[in-house]
Structures are given as structure tokens and as C-alpha cells.
Design a protein around this ligand. Sequence first.
Ligand SMILES: [Zn+2]
Length: 376
Amino acid sequence: MPQTEYSTHHSPPESPKSEINGPNFPDFTAVMDACRGRLHKRLSELLALEQLCRQAGPLIHSRTEALIYAEEFTLPLVSLVIGNPDTAKHCLLVTAGIHGVERIGTQVLLAWLETVVERCRWDEHWRRQFETEICIVAVPIVNPGGMLGDSRCNPNGVDLNRHAPIDAEDKVPFLVGGQRLWRKIPWYRGRRDDDFEPEFIALKNIIQRHCHINRPCIAVDFHSGFGFQDHLWIPYAYRRLPIPDIGSYVALKLLWERNFPHHNYVFGPQAMHYLSHGDIWDYFYQRCRADGITLLPLTLEMGSWLWVKKHPQQLFSFAGLFNPTVPHRHARVLRGHLLLIDFLLAAARNIEHWRPQGEQEREMQQMAQSLWYRQL
Ligand SMILES: [Zn+2]
């Protein structure tokens, strides 16, 4: 990919201008100094993120990727790196909070990062993997302005996962699949294909900085809100045809199932459920592939309907539709995904040992055909 990072942003005239990270952005703590005291009840996840960095000390390198203006706040969009980004041979990219209302994704990611940091303190074998083998790049709150306002969209009303310049090839569900009709209706894509939101540009910069030709990367993006079960979604969202790397995804699915046969995830292409416009992972996958870079994105969609079914009072709060509100269920969700993320870290670190090539890849592609693409 080109090495120049994007440093300009054109905001819609009606919204305040947010800035994209250049080399001289104030650091995370400096940005927090101006808002920390007022965030307590509104955005405790950002305070938890800062606390994690403080406790981790030199184990985590944080970077302000963009400044997001929301209400009277200037919020940092922060990336964290564990490991050496210059020498790591592999990368695990973990992102959450693209939809601001889905706080549980951010909380699950923070809970996992806490275990990573804590284990680095006493498990030498674990710590050594971050010297040269792998780096973790984490963006736990991609949409801090949306999370502040308990909104799916960013402060400009844009749904960041309908915002990439890529259109679905077939009919998408009305509104939900992405729309340009009105900013005030959810799933708004933004005005045009070339007018990017600061959160989107920040992600693009992060991927450009960390995904290289010789550094394969698995990405996991945490969401909640669809269905009764937890889903692991394989791209694409814009078309029903298999992604070129479908063989690698089948191999990863089989590896997971062989190691954890009692798991409870539905692992398959998102397009089996619905198509959408502007999916960022469709876009980033294609950009990386065009540059010869291996990026295998997955979306973890935590099924929230079950939480609502078991506790129907949640129906009366918007946030309750996307987040577990009962304490024991909340704790169960926080611990429930740790094994999966540990597995994906190990899978990224050992990708050469399971990624199929040649004839084996063709077999995996045929398996994908019979699992998911029989109609083609
Ligand atoms: Zn979501």
C-alpha cells in the first residue's frame, strides 16, 4: 500500500470539523486531561481504556489516531499496540465500538486485553511471542462520539459500517442495508463515496501502517445485535459469491472446530444472512489483496436477542437491545469470548502452519461450495 497516510478530512458543512491524525497529534493522556472528569457516566469505556494503558506501562503503545468532536467534548480515537510493530512477523487486528451503541463489544475486547497484559507479567513464553512473532493492534472504541451519545452512528450521523465506497451487487434490505436518503435515519452511508469520515480514515491509516506484504494479519471486529446465537462472519457483505480467500476461512473454521468441538459459534459468510452496502471489511480486504497483502477479516456478531428474550425489560431501553444488562449475564459474555480471541491470536501467529496452498486450498474451496454456496 502507499505509505502516505491521509491527513485531511472534509466534513459536511453542518457538522464540526474533526481532525485526522498527523504526526504531531497530542498523546492520549493529553487529550484525556481535557475531558476525563466529565466522561464518568457517559463513556466509562474510554476511562477503562486509559486505565488499561496506565497499568500496562511500556507493554502498550497508544496513539491518538483522530480527534472526534461530539457535543462539547474532544474525544481521542486511540489505537494500541502490544508487541514490536517494526519487527513482528504476524498481526492480529482487533476492533470494537464501530457502532457506538454496541458497548459490549468494546467491553469484551478490553477484558481480553487486560488478560493479555496481565499474562505478560508472569508467563515468559507468552510475553516472548510479542518480541518478534506477533503484534496486537487494537482499536477498542472506533466510534467514541457515537458511544458517548449511545448511537449506532458517528456524530455526523454516518453508520461507519455502511460507509466504505463499495456497493452491494444485489438487493439489500430496505434502509438496514445502507441508505443515502436521510442522515437522521440509521444506516446512513454518508453523502458521497469520496467524502470520508474521520473514523474511517483513521482505520484506513492503521491498516496501512500495520498490514504489510510480509506480515499476514487476521482482523476481528466486535459487534452485537443480530440473532439468538453468536456468529463469526466471513466477508463478503456486498455479494453472495465466495471471497477469494474462502479456502483459508474454511481451514480456520476446521482448525477451530477440531480444537474446540463444543464451541457455540455459527461460522459462515455474512451474505447468507443479508447483504449490505459500504461494509468496511469488504473494502479493506479488497484494498489489501490488490497490494498483495494478506488480511483475513472476521466479524464477531454477539447475538443479543437472547439477552432480550431472557430479560424483556431490556426492550424499553435502546442500549438494552444491544447489551446484556443483568450482571451475571454481562459477566458471562465478558468471559465467554476470551478463548476464541486467544485462539485467533495463536492462529494469526501460526498462519503458515494451517493456511492451505495448492491442491489443499482447492479442496477447501470445494468444501466452502458445499457448505455455503450450493446455489451458485
Ligand atoms: Zn454493529
